[in-house]
Write a protein that binds this ligand. Structure first.
Ligand code: PLP
Length: 440
């Protein structure tokens, strides 16, 4: 093979070259078939090769592919913003389109700071967050991320925004169980606010289900209610990072809906364009937009390719596809089926410690000793082993929480396209069992 000058994640590894995708499958140039149980990076929510999306791309390309947002708007961007306002709960009506999840969370952070400035409060500039979290790789987003592995090289450039523990019930730092724990991990936010001073804090950001850094760590019932109450009591905006959990991944448009909370600002990405085009959004409520509309009348952010008509047309087609095929309605049932099947694997393989998640965002944590929950030693690189064994078998799983934070164990995410059928889920389980067998 010719020398590759492409900077890939591991420069000394050979990556299969994908030829095409169809539904939940990817096929490489050698004809090997992979069941994409990760939707890439929890992104290809409607699977690969959907004809409707290709038609929408072609239609838009025939009209216009690019207009600059400071000069023009486009029908595609306007319709997408309207569709999002209609689909999201409460009055989360105002969309700022960007190209990646990192840009979306960073835009959300900037909107929160600007909200307070427009109200004449200039001290509220910090955005608090949790450890074992991931909000993106750009510096503002990385500052908010409690992902020590990804922060490590850039610590001097980052703000210390992560301040509290995540709701990691499997490894509760208090050794308690919800709800008798009284959600102490959420109440840590009170202490952090007291220490830092509410007058300095613009917002608190959290992923409803923790993805990349923890492997679908799912909060107990009243966790987010408690968080939201604390934020409201201290005049702190709540930003839900729904880049991974949004766009139907857990069976509702936003995962926040499962816990009956309406965030002040939401970040969407990944599944919004379902991988057919790069698009993400920071969506703000009327409350957040009110002082901006009455004040400077401009959100201070933007990228050259923001609200790109081609990407907006794709995202609109993806949302219409979800609606037309009533895909979200089936997600909880599919998730439950898959979760039950995964739980059966616990009985068979002693290194499966925990199965968790919401809808079709499921996580499996691996342990050396199930009784003591002792994680595998860091050097064992179990997450990586699982991912590559699965790939050998023709199964794509997403690596998460590879023990990077010293508190969480090795884990993988199972997040197939929401369109997966029962037969395909059976095949997924068989391939996963074969992977575990090879690991044993
Ligand atoms: N927020 C969450 C919850 C994510 O999972 C990710 C990516 O994994 C991001 C933000 C960053 O998104 P992107 O990689 O598109 O910049």
């Amino acid at each position: 093979m010719e020398k590759s000058y492409l900077i890939k994640p591991m420069l000394d590894e050979d990556y299969p070259v994908i030829d095409y995708g169809k539904g939940v499958y990817l096929f490489d140039m050698e004809g090997k078939k992979y069941l994409d149980a990760a939707s890439g990076a929890v992104t290809a929510n409607i699977g690969h090769g959907a004809a409707e999306i290709m038609e929408a791309m072609q239609e838009q390309a025939k009209k216009v592919s690019f207009v600059y947002r400071s000069q023009f708007t486009s029908g595609a961007a306007e319709k997408l913003a309207q569709k999002i306002a209609a689909l999201l709960p409460g009055d989360l009506n105002w969309s700022f389109f960007v190209n990646s999840g990192s840009e979306a969370t960073e835009t959300a952070m900037k909107m929160a700071i600007q909200y307070w400035q427009e109200k004449g409060i200039h001290t509220k500039t910090k955005v608090l967050s949790r450890w074992v979290s991931y909000h993106g790789i750009t510096l503002g987003a990385l500052s908010m991320s409690g992902h020590t592995g990804r922060r490590a090289r850039f610590v001097p450039l980052l703000e210390d925004f992560p301040v509290i523990n995540p709701p990691y019930c499997y490894r509760c730092p208090y050794n308690l169980t919800a709800p008798t724990c009284n959600y102490l991990c959420a109440r840590e936010l009170n202490q952090a606010i007291e220490r830092i001073g509410a007058e300095k804090i613009a917002a608190f950001i959290a992923e409803p289900v923790i993805g990349a850094s923890g492997g679908a760590i799912t909060p107990p019932k009243d966790y987010f209610k408690t968080i939201k109450e604390i934020c409201d009591a201290h005049d702190i905006l709540f930003i839900a990072d729904e880049v991974m959990t949004g766009s139907g991944r857990t069976g509702t448009m936003l995962a926040s809906e499962h816990w009956d909370i309406i965030p002040d600002i939401v970040a969407l990405g990944k599944g919004l364009g379902a991988g057919y085009a790069p698009i993400a959004a920071a969506v703000a409520s009327e409350k957040v937009m009110e002082p901006i509309l009455a004040g400077s009348k401009s959100v201070m952010s933007g990228h050259t390719l923001s609200a790109n008509p081609q990407s907006c047309a794709v995202a609109l087609a993806v949302l219409e596809y979800l609606e037309k095929n009533e895909i979200m309605r089936e997600v909880e049932n599919k998730g439950e089926y898959l979760r039950n099947e995964l739980e059966k694997l616990i009985a068979q393989y002693s290194f499966v410690g925990d199965v968790r998640g919401k809808g079709l965002l499921l996580g499996i944590e691996f342990v050396e000793d199930r009784i003591t929950k002792t994680p595998f030693p860091r050097h064992a690189l179990v997450t990586q082993q699982m991912v590559s064994l699965a790939k050998e078998k023709g199964l794509i799983v997403y690596p998460a929480g590879a023990g990077i934070d010293g508190v969480n164990g090795d884990s993988i995410i199972i997040s197939p396209p929401l369109t997966i059928t029962t037969n395909e889920m059976e095949e997924l389980i068989d391939l996963l069992a074969a992977t575990f067998e090879a690991f044993s």
